[in-house]
Write a protein that binds this ligand. Sequence first.
Ligand SMILES: CC(=O)SCCNC(=O)CCNC(=O)[C@H](O)C(C)(C)COP(=O)(O)OP(=O)(O)OC[C@H]1O[C@@H](n2cnc3c(N)ncnc32)[C@H](O)[C@@H]1OP(=O)(O)O
Ligand SMILES: O=C([O-])CC(=O)C(=O)O
Length: 375
Amino acid sequence: MAGQKELSGAGLRGQVAGKTALSTVGKSGSGLTYRGYDVSELADKCIFEEVAYMLLYGNLPTQSELDAYQTKLKGLRGLPQPLKEVLERIPAEAHPMDVLRTGCSMLGNLETEMSFDEENDQADRMLAAFPSIINYWYRFTHDNVRIETETDDETIGGHFLHLLKGEKPNELHTKVMNVSLILYAEHEFNASTFTARVCASTLSDIHSCITGAIGSLRGHLHGGANEAAMDMIEGFSSPDEAEKEMMAMLARKDKIMGFGHAIYSESDPRNIVIKGWAEKLAADVGDDVLYPVSVRCEEVMWREKKLFCNADFFHASAYHFMGIPTKLFTPIFVCSRLTGWAAHVFEQRANNRIIRPSAEYTGEELRSVPEISAR
Ligand SMILES: CC(=O)SCCNC(=O)CCNC(=O)[C@H](O)C(C)(C)COP(=O)(O)OP(=O)(O)OC[C@H]1O[C@@H](n2cnc3c(N)ncnc32)[C@H](O)[C@@H]1OP(=O)(O)O
Ligand SMILES: O=C([O-])CC(=O)C(=O)O
């Protein structure tokens, strides 16, 4: 099991900031459980919609519940015209995470959550619409086409790739997308989820909570690490070059993206799963550089620093082998983590007290305001 670190110090590390029944990190099973189910077993046996349903509605769906849920989500993939118009005005050079942040916020203006009774329907709507939002903008600004976002793909993962590439994905790619979305779905009180909970604790609307969470996930120390890891590994032309460059980065004390974790001490249980799929995808595309480079980076970091790959590192090569542009990596994370964020918003609302910690003051002693001429 991937154990927990000794937790103390800055960044609220080790402080219990609330209760959750949604997941455990570094405590049991392979190290990550969602409502008591081990993430590796979920990734093996389920499609993403089953996990989304379990997080959002409390139990794994029966076959008829799953069929109804997939039908519901399929029916919610269309985008309102004013949202399409906003997306068309965002420049091609914008970061897709900013596009998604704006898309979520705009959706909140058009389909505002009027009462918390709507929270499940609102979460389902975002789950269905986010792949449409990001791909509508991407295809409009990069390929000059206005795509039809209502596909008949059974899964969100398949739907995402279909919109991106204009054709239905093969079985391998659909499976990897499902695995990836399951692995990224939920992770206790990480920075973006905590952002969503803080916002929810003020009794704000769900679009505000999710918009804020997208902004938190964007940074390279959190979800943005999968893009930063890709930028790094594609600069290495061989495992030996990767080793040499990594050693130089470590000597300079650079932060190496895709390694280390705030909670896990020895491994991130999601890594072994996505690494296995990255290896299969490498064989599928006949890669003999990127995957071996990634493996060498993993070996060097462990040998030199006892730092291990987190969920993001092998996601980089896996997504790349499926032909996904690097700048869409973190938005895919959003399409998954939305389930965890929304489930935490529901949990916070169900047992709420406004989140308002204290600060240790390090400023000036009490003093009087000098006249402006005397400053
Ligand atoms: C899905 C996710 O969000 S997973 C996280 C994705 N983020 C990344 O991959 C970014 C790179 N990793 C990091 O920056 C960090 O490991 C974090 C943000 C994930 C965790 O941060 P912390 O809990 O503060 O790290 P931690 O306390 O373990 O750091 C211990 C030491 O290892 C170093 N370290 C940790 N991660 C790395 C890294 N990736 N590269 C180089 N050194 C590192 C720290 O600088 C620190 O050194 P110091 O004691 O000399 O200051
Ligand atoms: O838990 C964290 O700090 C970061 C992480 O791995 C996640 O959000 O998936």
